[in-house]
Design a protein around this ligand. Sequence first.
Ligand SMILES: NC(=O)c1ccc[n+]([C@@H]2O[C@H](COP(=O)([O-])OP(=O)(O)OC[C@H]3O[C@@H](n4cnc5c(N)ncnc54)[C@H](O)[C@@H]3O)[C@@H](O)[C@H]2O)c1
Length: 460
Amino acid sequence: MSSTNQQRRDFLKQSSLAASAAFSPYFFSNPQTLADETRSPNDRFRIGVIGSGGMAGGNMNAAKDWLDVVAIADVDEGRRESFSNRFSGGKADTYNDYRKVIERDDVDVIHVATPDHWHTKTLVESMLAGKDVYCEKPMTLTIDEGKLIRRVQKETGRIVQVGTQQRSTFNLFVKAMAIVQEGRLGRINKLEVSIGGAPASPALPVAEVPQGLDWERWLGPAPMVDYRFLQPEATGKKRKPRAHTNAHYEFRWWYEYSGGKLTDWGAHHVDIAMWALRLNGQKDGPVSIGGTAKHPVEFKDGYAVQNDRYNTASEFRFSVKFPGDTEMVIKHSDNGILIEGDKGRIFVNRGKLTGAPVEALDSNPLADDAIQKVYKDLPMENNERKGHWANFLNCVKTRQEPISDVHSHMEMLNVCHLAGISARFGRELTWDAKAEQIIGDEQANAFLGRPYRKGYEIEV
Ligand SMILES: NC(=O)c1ccc[n+]([C@@H]2O[C@H](COP(=O)([O-])OP(=O)(O)OC[C@H]3O[C@@H](n4cnc5c(N)ncnc54)[C@H](O)[C@@H]3O)[C@@H](O)[C@H]2O)c1
């Protein structure tokens, strides 16, 4: 058996796509070009990784068939060294300063997988240095950062894929989009986006910075604060495997470094909801966003009053209104996206795609090219995270815009960021999507951007 056939068989075995004949013809006529072309060492991509934590590990596992990790930057020495051992057999060069990775001529592509407050600076500097980038979601911490990235990406012509891999999950989310695109739900008027709540924490004591962690650089553009850490057993609750902290992984629950669940999972599920709206002909952005949000701490003028514990919204329900009487609800309970039109409704999450229009596919399947069309005729290989990387690397070769492009990511991330601003002020916001401004609320409008700590400004 030829190796291409073997790869195809392996792919079929692994992928639940094999179960769906509806969109098999395209896949089977589309050989795994990356796997074929990157077999020789010279054909493999050389990647520089910025931020070698949990997600970078998952990503390098997904893409390891096609690339070699040659340079790693992390402000935590232990993390960058163990990442190098794990993904390059200790051969990759390791740095505390990410700029050393960006400036290397032998690095073809960059992977940004830092906490969110570092994404914009590292992504913009990578593009300016002529690098193509796979940047983890959420791409930015603020709406203004999206505007900057959009401009720099246009000026430099670099290829940027955002790590919203649900856009390459063909058997669930893309199939759901194909159902929408074929008009089987009719006109969409209601979307319910469930993204789960965020944890609260007890007060976290100031702790000694662990050896090897450059805390000042970890904070980077964010305000200078103490490192905090609480052993899981100190809470009296089993909280495995993670301790409470304001650093690794748990940065998600601090507005200084992230947007909480609203951007952590919002970047995935609001993304799918917005994709559905666009495929359904909704060209405009939202006009208002408001609702209720509960924070683990009190807020005053948009800022948490206490600085010693998690502060992002733990429970929430927002109503996002679009022109034409379309409503998107974003809520903390459950996980998945309900898409409702005047002809039917479907529900999709990472485990299932259900609803009468899905059952109807048995007798009335999707068109052969339905998935391909939703995927904008872009290179398709594999599924989920591996498929998302394949799309990026193929686009680096073809110079096409990948499936999770800067522009559409930013449009949907604006919704998540606006929900965060609305939560912090506890009031409804009116949004001018064309001008990308909040109307009639200067205090909230000031939160479209953020100040950068001295020495960590973004220079373009
Ligand atoms: N696509 C997905 O499904 C998915 C899943 C999980 C996480 N993510 C995203 O990946 C990113 C990282 O999340 P994580 O869970 O891996 O976090 P993490 O804390 O495990 O890893 C982040 C790493 O970045 C390092 N870092 C911080 N500042 C740095 C700097 N200036 N230069 C170099 N390294 C720096 C940290 O020391 C840490 O090792 C986040 O933006 C998150 O939203 C995406």
